[in-house]
Ligand binder design. Structure first.
Ligand code: GLP
Length: 250
């Protein structure tokens, strides 16, 4: 766990880790990156875009896979995570478009399971995630893996799939959607199993509203009721980057 004075410093540390993963890549060994959305990583993307604009970082040998997407949703819907990624990252860097993957919110319902399995296979075919960037929900979710009553073994094995948003997640998304009843109630998410398979995991948590979830995830045993606690299973592969406000309960 690394504690930084503010969100800017924690985000810069995350961007620097991503940048060094990318700099270690080559056409024969591309950097495979798991990306996150939400308010928290916006500063990470703007820092990466600045490094790129200054001529110090190219994404040509990077491949990205996003954690989650609302379902159903059109890619051009401003509330889609595809659109978020375009706004905050894809349009600002030289990542070749075919190397930026986001789960498809337009897949017909009958094909969702096949699409989710295929998304995991693409990651594996690329050699697996070198680095997964994560945020934490106030209820302790990672991606859209919401709290559940599963056993720990079942939760650790959760595949990429369609889920129903937890009430607190819907509440938090209400601002973007213009009201809690307008929030799209379902989403596709990379499963816990795929997240934990990443060779390196960066959990970025900033702000006092995250303090309770951060403290709970780091304390006590792993439990499905607090999905971020399952990161304990990845041991030393996980780094928590938190600002002082988010660390206040630890
Ligand atoms: C969102 C996303 C998560 C994200 C989390 C925190 O709903 N599905 O991937 O990490 O909730 O979001 P924020 O950074 O806006 O607090």
């Amino acid at each position: 766990v690394r504690v930084f004075p503010d969100a800017g410093a924690a985000s810069r540390a995350a961007a620097d880790r991503i940048a060094s993963t990318i700099r270690a890549a080559s056409p024969g060994h591309r950097a495979i990156l798991g990306m996150a959305t939400g308010a928290t990583p916006q500063k990470v993307y703007s820092h990466l875009a600045s490094l790129h604009a200054a001529g110090g970082l190219s994404f040509r040998d990077a491949v990205t896979y996003n954690l989650d997407e609302y379902y159903p949703i059109q890619p051009l819907d401003p509330k889609s995570y595809r659109c978020y990624m375009h706004r905050h990252f894809f349009s600002l860097v030289d990542l070749p478009p075919q190397q930026g993957h986001v789960l498809d919110g337009t897949v017909p319902e009958g094909f969702v399971a096949a699409h989710c399995a295929e998304f995991e296979r693409w990651i594996e075919a690329d050699g697996g995630l070198d680095l997964q960037l994560l945020g934490i929900g106030r209820n302790g979710h990672i991606g859209f893996n919401e709290p559940s009553e599963l056993t720990v073994a079942e939760a650790l094995a959760l595949p990429t799939r369609l889920i129903e948003l937890h009430p607190l997640t819907r509440e938090d998304a209400a601002r973007e959607f213009g009201g809690v009843d307008k929030v799209i109630p379902r989403a596709l998410t990379l499963g816990v199993r795929a997240i934990l398979s990443a060779r390196s995991i960066l959990m970025l948590a900033t702000g006092a509203h995250k303090a309770e979830a951060v403290a709970a995830a780091l304390a006590g045993q792993m439990r499905a009721s607090l999905p971020a606690s399952l990161l304990q299973a990845a041991g030393e592969r996980v780094t928590w980057l938190v600002d002082e406000a988010a660390a206040s309960g630890v």
